[in-house]
Design a protein around this ligand. Structure first.
Ligand SMILES: *[C@@H]1O[C@H](CO)[C@@H](O)[C@H](O)[C@H]1NC(C)=O
Ligand SMILES: *[C@@H]1O[C@H](CO)[C@@H](O)[C@H](O)[C@H]1NC(C)=O
Ligand SMILES: *[C@@H]1O[C@H](CO)[C@@H](O)[C@H](O)[C@H]1NC(C)=O
Ligand SMILES: *[C@@H]1O[C@H](CO)[C@@H](O)[C@H](O)[C@H]1NC(C)=O
Ligand SMILES: *[C@@H]1O[C@H](CO)[C@@H](O)[C@H](O)[C@H]1NC(C)=O
Length: 537
């Protein structure tokens, strides 16, 4: 409109447009003041999986279990179910010598909770069969009632269940997306279920039975939220669109100026010099000519929506800001912020003298899977910044488990050194600090198959279990719930999705969940570098 200003010829039209805009907005205000009674209210619950045999962990009331939520999503879906999965093993495989479940008895498996995975799988089969009938009765329903995007079927048989769901069912489609063809490495690592374009699970739980009862998970369940679901669907569609393209024709090896490496990226990436960049095949992808890399958005798109939180209290009166963030940037950038910014802005949302709580399975200040190592100080810098400038206390919980990455300890000690630096000058008047604990699920060091080459291993839990797998951050005002580990690759080559919100009930319940872990006997302080004082001595 501002372009019309001052131009006599178009002045009238400008006013006309302005008037109709005013009319429209008062009309929509009218509509929305009448809407709440019949429009579905978006509702949210936090969701957890808590491994068996953790008697000393206090339970947080009002939180749902992952197993129930995935079952409900499948059972309640009438038109569509879109799933983003890393791999599949909802059915335990104690008879498969290549499985981490191998050698456990039927009674063991039931004690481990394998029955919950079986129920989720059955709900999916039922949904697939039910939606065939629905589709036959109603041709307007999309032919792909269940649509799955997954990483490749890695060892042992991780794409078999989705293939079985698709076999003989024209309304189920299974798509494998190989990130390494597009980014040189990386996987589909997001864990998302989207039913009927309005109900969503986003969180850390994979599509395997262990994620329901043997791995500690954290996610969010949103019901009747088409506005949020629409953005998740956009990302899902982008994954599908890219997976259908010929990667050789659409990738480039480019010098990445931000991370100082030569690497393979989609040709529309902003890491490619703008003169050599191709036009993005994805809709809604905003072209920015002269940028190399992905600077943070100064005003990332927010969703202003009332969300009812029945699990905590019934607060529907106020709309709060919520958002989604996605990785890698080439699949999302434009309207939505990239996932790294979602985390950084959550760290920086902490108030003066406030507390930031963060939980992750893995933590590294570098890349894990690239040919050349990439140094990645983004999150540790943001933490040090709020310790220095805002007197913030940052509590970081990192998993210690059977597949712990050794160099994690060095990076955590480096982050703890912030305390020494902050206290190094009296002029700093440092009141902030970093505290780090390892979360140790009991039994973590006795995981793996029960049998190997015919003899007992002594393991007492299946492989890849007994770990705190949730990935989230929560300040005094903002909660961020993601699917990515805190390592460079997850933000630049791997598919990840986060939901974040300023909703006070969700923020406070997530704080309570964190504190239950932090104050439990399963959390143990990470020691600072030897000889280093821990604080403002
Ligand atoms: C549908 O979901 C709701 C919770 O959102 C749950 O209470 C209900 O049991 C589900 N229905 C079925 C058939 O699973
Ligand atoms: C999808 O399922 C079909 C039918 O079972 C199977 O033949 C195919 O290999 C599967 N594709 C992927 C990518 O998993
Ligand atoms: C993919 O693109 C490459 C390079 O443009 C081309 O040589 C190849 O034939 C294409 N493959 C298919 C299956 O279209
Ligand atoms: C930070 O805390 C210290 C010690 O409690 C205090 O002296 C200082 O004024 C605080 N600084 C800010 C910016 O709040
Ligand atoms: C496993 O870890 C626990 C606690 O750290 C320890 O007491 C136990 O000896 C360990 N067991 C094995 C087999 O390493």
């Amino acid at each position: 409109m501002s372009r019309h200003r001052g131009s006599g010829a178009h002045g009238g039209r400008g006013i006309c447009l302005l008037l109709s805009a005013l009319l429209l907005s008062s009309f929509s205000a009218l509509v929305s003041s009448f809407a709440p009674s019949d429009a579905p209210v978006c509702r949210a619950w936090l969701v957890q999986s808590i491994p068996t045999d953790m008697p000393l962990l206090p339970r947080v009331p009002g939180v749902l279990s992952s197993g129930d939520v995935l079952k409900w999503l499948a059972r309640n879906s009438t038109k569509s179910l879109d799933i983003i999965a890393q791999y599949w093993q909802l059915l335990a495989q104690p008879e498969n010598p290549r499985s981490g479940d191998y050698g456990y008895s039927h009674a063991d498996m039931e004690r481990f909770g394998a029955g919950v995975g079986r129920e989720v799988y059955k709900s999916l089969v039922d949904a697939a069969d039910r939606m065939v009938d629905i589709r036959q009765g109603n041709p307007s329903v999309t032919p792909d009632a269940i649509l799955i995007v997954q990483h490749s079927g890695v060892y042992p048989t991780y794409a078999q269940e989705s293939a079985n769901l698709a076999a003989g069912r024209p309304n189920v489609k299974n798509v494998t997306f190989l990130h390494s063809d597009w980014w040189g490495s990386g996987i589909v690592h997001a864990k998302v279920w989207l039913s009927d374009d309005e109900n969503v699970y986003i969180g850390s739980a994979n599509n395997d039975w262990k994620s329901l009862t043997q791995v500690k998970e954290l996610g969010i369940y949103l019901v009747g939220c088409p506005i949020i679901a629409k953005r998740v669907k956009m990302y899902f569609d982008n994954l599908l669109a890219v997976s259908s393209l010929n990667s050789s024709a659409y990738t480039k090896t480019a010098w990445d100026r931000q991370w100082q490496v030569l690497r393979k990226v989609p040709c529309w990436s902003r890491f490619v010099n703008h003169k050599k960049r191709c036009r993005s095949p994805l809709p809604e992808y905003i072209r920015v000519p002269h940028v190399e890399g992905y600077p943070s958005l100064s005003n990332p798109s927010m969703i202003h929506l009332p969300i009812e939180t029945i699990g905590i209290n019934k607060d529907t009166s106020n709309a709060h800001s919520s958002y989604l963030s996605f990785s890698p940037p080439e699949l999302s950038f434009g309207k939505s912020q990239v996932d790294e910014q979602g985390w950084v802005d959550t760290i920086k949302s902490v108030k003066q003298g406030g507390i930031l709580r963060m939980s992750t399975m893995d933590w590294l200040g570098q890349s894990q899977y690239t040919n050349h190592p990439i140094y990645w100080p983004t999150l540790s810098s943001a933490i040090s910044e709020v310790v220095f400038s805002k007197n913030a206390t940052v509590k970081l919980l990192v998993a210690y488990w059977a597949h712990f990455i050794e160099s994690t300890d060095q990076y955590l000690k480096s982050l703890l050194y912030t305390n020494v630096l902050c206290a190094s000058s009296k002029r700093n008047r440092c009141g902030g600090k970093v505290e780090i604990k390892y979360y140790v699920v009991p039994g973590f060091n006795m995981t793996g198959p029960a049998l190997k080459a015919g003899s007992r291993t002594g393991n007492i839990y299946p492989g890849f279990t007994r770990v705190n797998h949730g990935k989230y951050a929560v300040s005094d005002v903002r909660a961020h719930i993601g699917t990515s580990n805190l390592i460079w690759d997850y933000f630049y080559t791997t598919a990840g999705v986060s939901f974040g919100t300023y909703h006070p009930s969700i923020v406070s319940q997530l704080q309570v969940i964190f504190d239950a872990d932090w104050n439990s006997p399963y959390a143990r302080a990470v020691q600072p570098l030897q000889g280093e004082s821990t604080g403002s001595a």
